[in-house]
Structure formats: C-alpha cells, structure tokens
Design a protein around this ligand. Structure first.
Ligand SMILES: Cc1ncc(COP(=O)(O)OP(=O)(O)O)c(N)n1
Ligand SMILES: Cc1nc(C(=O)O)sc1CCOP(=O)(O)O
Ligand SMILES: [Mg+2]
Length: 205
C-alpha cells in the first residue's frame, strides 16, 4: 500500500462517500479507512458494510477507525487505533487472526513500545500539523520520520498535511505509505487527486 485514504464525511463538500472512495481507488488508493466521528453505531456499521461491498471487487482492504465491534460486525479487514482508543492487547485478543492492526504513535516512547506489538503498521501522528485534526501533540516532521524509520520494526505510515508537493519528501524520509484525508476527499476530482499523489510519490515504478 502506498496511498491510504481515510474518510471524513464533513470534508466531502457535498460529494457521495462511496463514489468518492471508488474514484480514489481507481486513481491508485490501495487501502481505505472508514473514520466516523459523528455517526451512530448502526450508521457506522451500515456504512462499513456498504463500503466493503464497494472495495471488495478491487481487492482493497477496509480498515475501521477506533471500533473493533464495528470491524467485526462488517467483516472489515482491520482496525486502526490511537493512544486513547482500545489498548493494543485487547484489540489483538478480540480480532481474528489475519486481520490488520494499525496504531498511531505520537512520541518516541510509543514508537519503542510498539516494537513489542504484532502490528501491521505504525502511523506517525502527525507528520505535519493539519486543520483536519487538531487534537494532536507535536508534529514529527521529516527528521522525526527518519528517526522512526531507524528504530521501528513496523511498516511506517505518515499522516497529517500530506499533499502532492510534500509527498515525495515523506517517502524519501522512510515512510512506506501516506494516509490522506483532505487532499483526496475534498478534491473536485478524487480520482485525479489520488493519481497525482501516487505520481508525485516517486513510488510508481
Ligand atoms: C492511519 C491513521 N493514522 C492516525 C490516525 C489517528 O488515530 P487517533 O489518534 O486515534 O485519532 P482519530 O482518527 O481516532 O481521531 C488514524 N485515524 N489513521
Ligand atoms: C485522522 C488524522 N489523524 C492524524 C494524526 O496525526 O493522528 S492527522 C489526521 C487527519 C489527516 O487529514 P489531512 O490529510 O486532511 O491532513
Ligand atoms: Mg482513534
């Protein structure tokens, strides 16, 4: 996975969620996270089931943000948790073998602690500060990403403020993948936006 799309209903600017995600996949997105902060549990599950139906023909995994129960109910491919969410050990115990687990890391201590976990990726949270999510601690920057790469045994996802003009530098600093909301979700043409990110990543060939 290179371009990892995270959804946000509030940033769709009137577009349809499912069409936007499908267009982004056509443009090169290879993993999708359903991130619902306002919806009811029932709406969250319904959206997850529908999104899974959209993604399955493309072979693109669906990750559920925060909620192991929703992931299980929708037979999603995995869960992303942050440092205030369900602890890793519980997520690991509750999810069937083979499901994806991603964890946000916000400090050097958390990066080192994550080396004890059986994770599919750690997410540098945030690589750059962003208006999309403001309750973050401190941005890692490119030096921070290089440091994580040098000590972490896990695939490294970068998230926060990622755009076509900085995506190459993020991969050069050691990220394996970039997770993006507004640069794709808020674009007039999400397929083109995803393709541009992939082309500018320097990772096409
Ligand atoms: C890929 C990815 N990285 C980081 C986050 C943020 O997780 P968290 O800190 O739990 O914050 P919320 O997204 O739950 O508000 C993420 N969702 N995805
Ligand atoms: C969901 C999320 N988590 C972050 C973190 O730092 O943990 S930043 C973020 C939002 C990323 O949105 P955009 O691509 O629009 O900057
Ligand atoms: Mg969370």
């Amino acid at each position: 996975m290179r371009i990892y799309l995270v959804t946000d209903e509030g940033l769709l600017l009137g577009k349809d969620l499912y069409r936007t995600v499908e267009a982004a996949v056509k443009g090169g997105v290879s993993m999708v996270q359903l991130r619902e902060k306002e919806s009811s549990t029932r709406e969250f599950i319904e959206r997850a089931i529908r999104l899974k139906e959209v993604l399955t023909p493309y072979g693109v995994p669906l990750i559920i943000n925060d909620r192991v129960d929703v992931a299980l109910a929708a037979n999603a491919d995995g869960v992303h948790v942050g440092q205030s969410d369900m602890p890793y050990e519980m997520v690991k115990r509750l999810l069937p073998e083979g499901k994806i687990i991603g964890l946000s890391v916000e400090s050097p201590e958390q990066v080192l602690e994550a080396n004890d976990y059986d994770l599919d990726y750690v997410a540098a949270s945030p690589v750059f500060s962003t208006t999309t999510k403001t309750n973050t601690i401190v941005e890692w920057g490119l030096d921070g990403l290089r440091w994580i790469r040098s000590v972490s045994r896990h695939p490294l996802v970068a998230i926060g403020g990622i755009r076509p003009d900085n995506v190459a530098s993020i991969f050069q600093a050691g990220a394996d993948s970039v997770a993006v909301i507004s640069a794709i979700v808020s674009a007039d043409d999400p397929e083109r936006a995803a393709r541009e990110l992939l082309e500018k990543s320097g990772k096409l060939h």
